[in-house]
Design a binder for this molecule. Structure first.
Ligand SMILES: NC(=O)c1ccc[n+]([C@@H]2O[C@H](COP(=O)([O-])OP(=O)(O)OC[C@H]3O[C@@H](n4cnc5c(N)ncnc54)[C@H](OP(=O)(O)O)[C@@H]3O)[C@@H](O)[C@H]2O)c1
Length: 321
């Protein structure tokens, strides 16, 4: 039997990378092997990946000296950074550089970089339709990822640049679920007007990434975008209403109101939504559903995702009448 090609997965204990590890392990052709990279090889999540059949290797994207063994002998590598752990675009850039350099040194043949748009290409810093944040960004968690694309290019790393979409899982884990308005009715709040939000079940990102690896060199050097569905806030609210069996409204607020909500990252997310709203045709067009399905035939729609996950969405208790 030919030897399996190893795919080293950064973020394997997390949402995007975890989906990829599970997709590799579920493939009956077994032509690839999953190497799960984590800073905590003894954690419960790491042990679960080991039990499921992944090789677990300890490494830290902040510590370049640890990444050699993460990528050694690997055919492919999936690379992602977690902005929300530290809120530092500079740290994302450094981690991306460390991973790109390590992949280059190890001779990895295909890297997927989980990226997003550098919104400054559409909204330059001097454009005051949205505030500049942290001195030189518009949407820091987008901009740093997009800026890091060039690091992979400059180092000559054979890379597919994967543009992801808003996780529907944010309704469960990221505080984006329905809240009650003053009248007690549930509502989801986005500053998107009547424009479409490109969304995806996060598990489908990993499956699509696996689809990219399985297609060989086809997408190396290219930017590809993925989404499960493009829906307006009202369409999302209507789907939630049908699935939860109680009314959910779409609460459209101006981006400046969203930015002022006060939770950590509200200004960054307000700018991100405004970018998605104001450049909606571009953003949706960059994430073709048919293409995504060709990478991942199991791609879920929002209603399919809701049917499975509806009981995990935290709902505030009924207000007393
Ligand atoms: N929420 C959304 O809608 C959305 C949409 C598109 C893109 N994103 C982006 O997705 C990224 C987060 O990805 P995720 O949701 O898959 O993350 P996640 O579920 O929060 O997990 C984070 C993963 O990153 C790993 N990690 C963090 N720092 C690391 C380091 N220094 N070295 C090695 N591994 C490290 C963690 O591994 P260990 O802890 O085991 O070491 C963990 O597996 C963010 O940057 C965000 O901007 C989010």
């Amino acid at each position: 039997m030919p030897e399996k090609k190893i795919i080293a997965v950064i973020g394997a204990t997390g949402a995007q990378g975890g989906g990829l590890v599970r997709a590799i392990l579920a493939d009956r052709s077994r032509s690839f092997a999953a190497r799960a990279i984590t800073r905590k090889p003894d954690s419960e999540k790491a042990q679960a990946l080991r039990a499921a059949g992944a090789e677990v290797v300890g490494a830290d994207a902040d510590k370049p000296e640890t990444l050699g063994k993460a990528f050694a002998g690997a055919y492919g590598a999936f690379t992602v950074t977690n902005f929300w752990e530290h809120f530092s675009p500079e740290r994302e850039l450094t981690q991306a550089r460390n991973m790109a350099q390590a992949a280059k040194t190890a001779g990895v043949q295909h890297v997927i970089w989980s990226t997003l748009e550098d919104t400054r290409k559409w909204v330059p810093l001097e454009d005051d339709r949205m505030p500049t944040l942290m001195g030189k960004y518009k949407a820091p968690h987008f901009d740093a990822k997009g800026e890091a694309d060039q690091i992979f290019r400059d180092l000559g790393v054979p890379t597919t640049f994967l543009l992801t979409s808003f996780y529907w899982d944010n309704l469960i884990y990221f505080g984006a679920g329905p809240q009650r308005g003053p009248d007690g009715v549930l509502a989801i709040t986005f500053p998107m007007d009547d424009k479409k939000l490109s969304g995806i079940a996060v598990e489908d990102i990993g499956k699509a990434a696996y689809g990219i690896f399985k297609r060989g060199k086809e997408f190396i050097g290219k930017t590809v975008g993925i989404a499960g569905e493009h829906l307006t806030g009202k369409q999302m609210a209507d789907a939630l209403t049908r699935t939860l069996g109680q009314q959910v409204r779409y609460n459209n607020v101006p981006p400046e109101v969203y930015r002022s909500f006060g939770f950590p990252g509200a200004d960054d997310l307000g700018n991100m939504f405004q970018f998605k709203r104001d450049f909606n045709q571009y953003f949706v067009g960059a994430r073709d559903l048919g293409f995504t399905r060709s990478l991942n035939p199991e791609l879920q729609t929002f209603e399919e995702w809701l049917a499975v996950h509806k009981d995990q969405i935290p709902l505030p208790a009924d207000q007393p009448a």
